[in-house]
Design a protein around this ligand. Structure first.
Ligand code: 13P
Length: 249
């Protein structure tokens, strides 16, 4: 199955405006020639316009790291999918483990966010991943099955090329402990099987890996048959290391 590689950066809550502008500039010369991958940079909300303006005419796309589950109105501090789209971003992350953990995001809210993003024509990088405790108790497959199953009906409303699944084991995020290529592949294959329950086109859905992905380990991960790219945190804050990951595919 021919799936276009997908490499995304998640800056999380890092960089001041000057640092962000420098990194955006350093990234923007990545050319189609250099990579056949789809590349998305997910920046903090205040930098969305800076990113889309910097990336005009380049191969890079811009994403946000979340969107509101509401369309419009009295929701202080929230940012709607339509606002994000109006800044010319075309992706949003949803369901990141840091949102689930620090903001208690659960299935009902995540399904609403998926629908809001789709209504605003934002594509979605939907994150799933088990904690260390869940893996130690051998509940990791159950956990992922549940995280996908509970939003499957919302995702089914989307065209198959409008979303990407990111497998990010929580124990590998920001810890330097990457999942081995074999461990990651085992879960990616499992996810693809779970997706088959809800999507006849499951073989076409891209599943990317996140969790301490670096220039050193990216190539071995990308060699696995069900790993279609990466969602990169820390290593995406440096243009050279992010480009090196892109070129590892
Ligand atoms: P790190 O690459 O810093 O481990 O972060 C992964 C992540 O959470 C990306 O969304």
């Amino acid at each position: 199955m021919n799936r276009k590689p997908f490499i995304a950066a998640n800056w999380k809550m890092n960089l001041n405006r000057t640092e962000a502008q420098t990194l955006l500039r350093d990234l923007s010369n990545i050319s189609v020639k250099d990579s056949e991958s789809e590349i998305v940079i997910c920046v903090p909300f205040p930098y969305l316009l800076l990113a889309t303006e910097q990336f005009q005419g380049s191969q890079l796309q811009t994403g946000s790291q979340d969107c509101s589950s509401h369309a419009v109105g009295a929701y202080t501090g929230e940012t709607s999918a339509a606002m994000i789209r109006s800044c010319n971003a075309n992706y949003t992350l949803l369901g990141h483990s840091e949102r689930r953990r620090y903001h208690g995001e659960k299935a009902t809210e995540l399904s609403a966010k998926i629908r809001e993003a789709h209504a605003a024509q934002l594509k979605i990088i939907f994150c799933v991943g088990e904690t260390l405790e869940e893996r130690e108790q051998k509940l990791h497959f159950n956990c992922i099955h549940e995280q996908i199953g509970e939003v499957a009906s919302a995702l089914q409303e989307l065209p198959i090329d409008s979303f990407v699944i990111a497998y990010e084991p929580v124990w590998a995020i920001g810890t330097g402990k990457t999942a081995s290529p074999e461990t990651a592949q085992e879960m990616h294959a499992y996810i693809r099987n779970v997706l088959k329950n809800s999507f006849s086109m499951a073989p076409q859905i891209r599943i990317i890996y996140g969790g301490s992905c670096t220039p050193e380990n990216a190539a071995a991960l990308f060699k696995q048959p069900d790993i279609d790219g990466a969602l990169v945190g820390g290593a995406s804050l440096n243009a050279a290391s992010f480009k090196s990951i892109i070129h590892s595919y």
